[in-house]
Design a protein. Structure first.
Length: 465
């Protein structure tokens, strides 16, 4: 195996004339870039996958000088320029934009591809910046890279709003989890009577009173507050039960500081919920006006549809349903050898955020769609009390269905699941064809088009009064 040199030089010590002399006769200028926060490495080579010079430069101070070096070398050689990069976070975004402005065609290559090839060409299982550039060029020559496609402005807006949504959703879930833990200690009966995760009224009560003893002292005021906060939606009997639970609570008596903590947590959860609700209105407006999300919204709700398009792009643009499943990290992997059999699991490649929203959509489908619910309960994993594994199977079914939905087909559970195979276990599924079509016609209202202000593992609906 021929020894490969990984010696690099600083950008100050390289010139266009030097590169032109080394690349004389090349039909393409291939520039393989190992992206980092500041210490960048680039390999200049030709279309055959060879690298003739490795160049170091610092970002951002020398980035423009590097782009100028690339474009002038390409012009002097009179050949097109192809730049190769790995999608490593946002550190390479500014460089990629400058290269595209300079006329270079940018290609992306998976970091895992580079990692897996680290021993292929030189027989050494090491990986460092210069070697990564060489591997990028070799793999590009084998046509493993893919052409970079710029995100549309609307998709960038979607992604920004989805990321902004996380600013509110994550701390709100943290606050509600802490509040639930405190209630288990100081007022456990309230958790039986109502749900702080999905209802506003108990949060209003906790914000005002902070502990059951204060509610018991002001029974009439607490009842009036609950009627006002729920806008009349909470029944008189439920209100009475909540107030009664305050007077008979077995919870530990709160100190003044603990009472203040509960009030502050409830107040902050309400503030975050309101901010999240306003943001969700903007996301839903985007979903209504966007062609890529319109069909998906009927199946998984508007917010989830926006999340999918923001992270994955238009789902119908993927070559197949399997390709979309792979992009979500829901394709299966197994590691086994000889008599040793490994457990099958999903790859978890791609965005964890996408899988989180698909999980919530699967929970919703299992609960609301009889056919999908019956199929879910028939899984061996469900019977073995491994319900998350069974839900992942629903997620894989769902994402494949969404590929067809994105291409104009209506969502229909009967196309996902063989109803006849489930009849011995669920005879209630034996309905007429017309009824089956009606039951599988998914509407935004039925499947939570208005996505949650509180997204939990058990509910994806907006909080009730």
């Amino acid at each position: 195996m021929k020894k490969i040199s990984y010696r690099s030089v600083s950008i100050e010590k390289i010139s266009v004339a030097m590169l032109v002399g080394l690349l004389s006769g090349a039909k393409k200028l291939v520039v393989a870039i190992d992206v980092a926060k500041t210490k960048m490495m680039a390999g200049f080579g030709s279309e055959d996958g060879s690298i003739v010079r490795l160049v170091r430069f610092t970002s951002p101070s020398q980035t423009r000088a590097f782009v100028t070096l690339v474009s002038q070398t390409g012009e002097s050689l009179g050949v097109p320029v192809e730049a190769l990069m790995e999608p490593t976070g946002t550190y390479g975004d500014a460089l990629r934009a400058l290269l595209r402005e300079a006329g270079a065609e940018v290609f992306m290559l998976s970091p895992k591809r580079v990692h897996d090839a680290r021993e292929v060409f030189d027989g050494v299982p090491s990986l460092h910046d210069p070697k990564a550039c060489v591997l990028l060029a070799r793999l590009h020559h084998q046509e493993i890279s893919r052409r970079y496609e710029e995100r549309s402005e609307e998709r960038r807006r979607m992604r920004a709003l989805v990321d902004q949504r996380q600013i509110y959703r994550k701390p709100m879930q943290q606050h509600l989890g802490q509040l639930e833990a405190l209630l288990s200690r100081h007022w456990p009966e309230l958790l039986d009577e109502t749900d702080v995760w999905t209802r506003v009224t108990p949060l209003k009560v906790l914000e005002h009173y902070g502990c059951p003893a204060e509610v018991a002292r002001d029974r009439q005021g607490a009842e009036a507050l609950m009627r006002s906060a729920s806008r009349g939606a909470m029944s008189a009997s439920t209100i009475g039960q909540v107030v009664d639970s305050a007077s008979r609570s077995i919870g530990v008596k709160t100190t003044n500081e603990e009472r203040t903590l509960i009030q502050d947590l409830a107040r902050e959860a309400l503030r975050l919920r309101d901010a999240l609700g306003e943001l969700d209105k903007r996301l839903e407006k985007l979903a209504v006006n966007n062609e890529a999300t319109a069909g998906l919204s009927t199946a998984v709700g508007r917010i989830t549809a926006v999340v999918l398009v923001a992270f994955l792009g238009p789902l119908g643009d993927y070559e197949s349903a399997a390709a979309l499943e792979k992009a979500c990290g829901l394709n299966l992997k197994i590691k086994s050898s000889g008599n040793k059999r490994g457990r099958v699991s999903i790859t978890k490649r791609g965005s964890a955020e996408v899988r989180a929203y698909l999980y919530l959509a699967a929970v919703r489908l299992v609960r609301l769609d009889p056919l999908i619910g019956a199929w879910y309960r028939s899984r061996a994993a469900y019977r073995e009390d491994r319900k998350v594994v069974a839900l992942v199977a629903v997620m894989r079914k769902l994402i494949r269905a969404l590929w067809h939905v994105a291409r104009g087909e209506p969502f229909n559970a009967d196309k996902l699941i063989d109803r006849r195979a489930l009849l011995p276990h669920a005879p209630e599924l034996a309905i007429s064809d017309d009824s089956a079509k009606a039951s599988n016609a998914v509407s935004p209202q039925a499947h939570g088009a208005h996505s949650p202000a509180v997204a939990t593992t058990t509910s994806h609906h907006a909080p009730s009064p």
